[in-house]
Design a protein around this ligand. Structure first.
Ligand code: NBP
Length: 482
């Protein structure tokens, strides 16, 4: 019994996390469904390390110190349930099963309850940062059985990314599915950030007629501003990358995007909780539209629009785009935080919002200087109801607003799609509007469905129905559905 932790799943994430743990002095025992991959790993990537190989689950468990910690990094879904069933007969009370994959938070809620009912502890943790993150320091977002945290804290915080002052990008998120929920929202914000950058890119490419090298320079400059982030940095490098013929590789990549589901899950959750994460919704749909390649190619020949060329001063318009991106990004994070706040209330999680920003500050795909500002906002005011109301972000939007509006208006006039920029701006204008047109909407609902309405001249909670046509009855919806 010598290993500190076991890791099941020797694909890209598992292998790299094992090597990372080994670098930090932990002894890791490994296992994989296709058992031959254990020896392959030991004879290649893990050669010369302290990593121990196991060829069966009982052997794996026998190598572990107590309480036993077994982490899975396998494909999300049935594989996780299957491994839990395989592990349970060999573990005992107090042992800990950890799922580090991208599991749906509802599965993690169910699994936490199930594993706890067997006397064991469960951790469902988000691990972000891809291959490089797993190897050099990911952002780790653990949730599950609170009693498990003291037993996994040391390993997790040691292998996680660190911010400049050495603080680990890993802290306890909350009970049962909280860790996976926060990771899911992280991924959805990642969808939003990527879409915003892509819209900026399209405006530069199609509107301003810029070359990849020129855009590379622009993103390089932007990365020295408030937008300083991993995604801007890789965009800068992607735009400079040349194919074997020395032409920009970016121009040869097919414009159809894939997705694995975390964006979709977040939008579904937002619909269930009634929280408008409009920018992220548009980012998910933008991938869907991109996937309709053949239909778009056919439609492009038939559906005409204005010339895409933007004749504005390039330097000035580029600054407008940068401001639009920054303002939209603030809205996106504000929406993501609104969603997490609603989820925390619904699922009874005590989320630490500043701590979440800190976990995302390093190691993960959305890491940025900006997240430091979010952390500061929640540190100053832990009860902050909406990021848009924080003085720093309020001022940032105030300063960028004219540019933001100019970009959305220009894009509309030029027929250039900016679904995320526009959704963010519409949300901003809806959120700051004290009288939306929903009075008409309620009137329509009451007209055709007797759904009733509240009145501005009567206290909230009193409902009225009008017989709009003189033909309807007095019965209101609930008993009468039109
Ligand atoms: P994959 O998601 O590709 O999963 C591969 C692993 O799952 C292998 O060990 C494979 O075993 C095992 N597996 C599969 Br596939 N089906 C199985 C089944 N029915 N029963 C048991 N084992 C099964 O690996 P990954 O990309 O390293 O990701 C691991 C987890 O981390 C996933 O949940 C993923 O969503 C998450 N994640 C990935 C990234 C990333 O950048 N790749 C980033 C963050 C999180 P085999 O060798 O026998 O086929």
């Amino acid at each position: 019994m010598q290993a500190d932790i076991a890791l099941i799943g020797l694909a890209v994430m598992g292998q790299n996390l094992v090597l990372n743990m080994n670098d930090h002095g932990f002894t890791v025992a490994v296992f994989n469904r296709t058992v031959s991959k254990v020896d392959d790993f030991l004879n290649n990537e893990a050669k010369g390390t302290k990593v121990l190989g196991a060829h069966s689950i009982p052997e794996l468990v026998s190598l572990l110190k107590r309480p036993r910690r077994v982490m899975m990094l396998v494909k999300a879904g049935a594989a996780v349930d299957e491994f839990i069933e395989l592990l349970l007969p060999h573990l005992e009370a107090g042992d800990i099963i950890i799922d580090g994959g991208n599991s749906l938070f509802e599965d993690t809620i169910r699994r936490t309850k199930y594993v706890e009912s067997k006397g064991l502890l469960y951790v469902g943790t988000g691990v972000s940062g891809g291959e490089e993150g797993a190897r050099r320091g990911p952002s780790i977002m653990p949730g599950g059985s609170p009693a498990a945290w003291p037993h996994v804290k040391e390993i997790f915080q040691a292998v996680s990314a660190k911010v400049e002052d050495g603080t680990p990008c890993c802290d306890w998120v909350g009970e049962n599915g909280a860790g996976h929920y926060v990771k899911m929202v992280h991924n959805a914000i990642e969808y939003g950030d990527m879409q915003l950058i892509c819209e900026a890119y399209q405006l530069m490419r199609d509107g301003l007629g810029m070359t990849p090298d020129e855009m590379h320079e622009t993103f390089a400059a932007w990365n020295k501003t408030e937008l300083d982030s991993y995604l801007i940095e890789i965009t800068r490098d992607i735009l400079a990358y040349k194919d074997t013929d020395n032409l920009p590789l970016i121009d040869k990549i097919l414009d159809t995007a894939g997705q694995k589901g975390t964006g979709k899950w977040t939008v579904i959750s937002s619909q269930e909780l009634g929280i408008p994460i409009t920018l992220i919704g548009e980012a998910v749909y933008a991938r869907c539209v991109s996937a309709m390649k053949e239909e778009r190619v056919a439609a492009a020949k038939k559906l005409k629009g204005p010339s895409k060329k933007i004749s504005a001063d390039r330097v000035k318009f580029l600054e407008d785009i940068r401001q639009a991106l920054y303002a939209s990004k603030i809205v996106s994070y504000a929406q993501g935080y609104m969603l997490m706040r609603a989820a925390a209330q619904h699922y009874v999680w005590n989320l630490n919002y500043g701590g979440i920003a800190l976990m995302w500050r390093g190691g993960c795909i959305i890491r940025s200087v900006f997240l430091g500002k979010i952390k500061e906002a929640f540190e100053k005011n832990p009860a902050l109801a909406n990021l848009l109301l924080d003085p720093f972000f309020k001022q940032a939007i105030k300063e960028g607003q004219r540019s933001w509006r100019n970009v959305v208006a220009t894009a509309a006039k030029k027929g250039l799609p900016v679904p995320a920029f526009a959704a963010a701006l519409s949300f901003y204008d809806s959120f700051r509007n004290d009288r939306l047109p929903a009075n008409l909407l309620q009137a329509q609902r009451d007209y055709f469905g007797a759904h009733t309405y509240e009145r501005i001249d009567q206290p909230r909670g009193q409902f009225f129905h009008t017989n709009w046509t003189g033909r309807g009855g007095k019965t209101v919806s609930g008993t009468y559905l039109a």
